[in-house]
Write a protein of this length. Structure first.
Lengths: 159, 159
DNA sequence: GCCCCCTTACTCGGATACCTAGTGTCCGAGTGTGTATGG
DNA sequence: CCATACACACTCGGACACTAGGTATCCGAGTAAGGGGGC
């Protein structure tokens, strides 16, 4: 089970975008995070499709959050990049083989699928309880309150 | 984020093995579950390496659980097949780019990594709280108490 | 001086190669059983 | 009748192809700004 690497870039990108009131081009974000520009752009497209960011074309265009950072959960970003379907997919092997269970009695998921689904639920719940604003606050706390100010300064410096 | 398909087979296989006191060959398990025999064998090898099942060679050999089903958690089986490292791997991009944080101040994981780790913890905790015995009981309950008896009968029938 | 149009440079967006990791399969090494033989 | 040695059939284990999804990249379509020209 491996999560797409783009999730990390998308989360960092959203935190950065939360500090800007003007659109930020993908190339600028890539420069700040030291990531391949084109690949980061691909993931930003996914965020755009999910309605988390809004893109503006043209000369001073770029990406911008559609909502306040406190209204965007980590779960939304993860699902936008990595997809919404759960990690465990039941292939209904209980309906296979000599002891197959008839399909009519498989109205509810089997016990194994239920167990995996409950774990997935716990995971999703944890991520849904954290917002981009929380992440920004955490990063700020780690750097004694200077990190976000530095980001804001850097974004406006070369703009 | 996609979990290996072999996890489902391994869990079903462990439930089946919990119903047998004699070794069960991989080919027999594959027949019961309708899965490719060679591929299932590959995953059983992983379970063997993890110490969850014990293999016996020879004419009446096969696989057997090393512990009571109530002492084997779903988490163990999942990690044996899918690996122990978490789905999210932080690449420390905070140390990249023009606003890089010096490595000396990165003694603890960044806020994003902490958020993902807490979610992973919730997921692992949920799976660690369910045992193979619980799964067997759940499957039994779904079929009004006949499923495990049918498995035991089938295992001894063609042995 | 003001308005309109055009050029320009910059942006995103999707379509296109590459590469790792999961999927699936096969054959060889090892082992315990069962039988045939000799005492 | 019992012990021993052998041959056998069956088991696992690791090594070998194949395929899908993630990784990385590029170029074209579209747009807003800014400058130049006309009124």
């Amino acid at each position: 089970m491996k999560m797409s690497n783009g999730v990390e870039w998308a989360l960092h990108g959203c935190v950065t975008l939360s500090q800007s009131r003007d659109p930020v081009p993908a190339a600028r974000l890539a420069e700040l995070h030291g990531t391949p520009p084109a690949y980061l752009a691909k993931h930003l497209q996914a965020l755009s499709r999910a309605g988390i960011v809004r893109s503006t074309a043209g000369q001073v265009g770029g990406y911008l959050l559609t909502r306040p950072a406190a209204a965007i959960t980590v779960l939304e970003v993860v699902q936008a990049i990595d997809g919404t379907e759960p990690a465990y997919r039941c292939t209904e092997i209980r309906q296979q083989g000599p002891l197959a269970v008839p399909a009519e009695r498989c109205d509810r998921p089997c016990a194994i699928a239920r167990a995996m689904a409950s774990a997935q639920e716990a995971w999703s719940g944890a991520l849904a309880g954290i917002t981009i604003a929380d992440l920004a606050a955490g990063i700020d706390a780690d750097s004694e309150g200077t990190a976000m100010a530095d980001v804001r300064r850097w974004l406006t410096a070369t703009a």
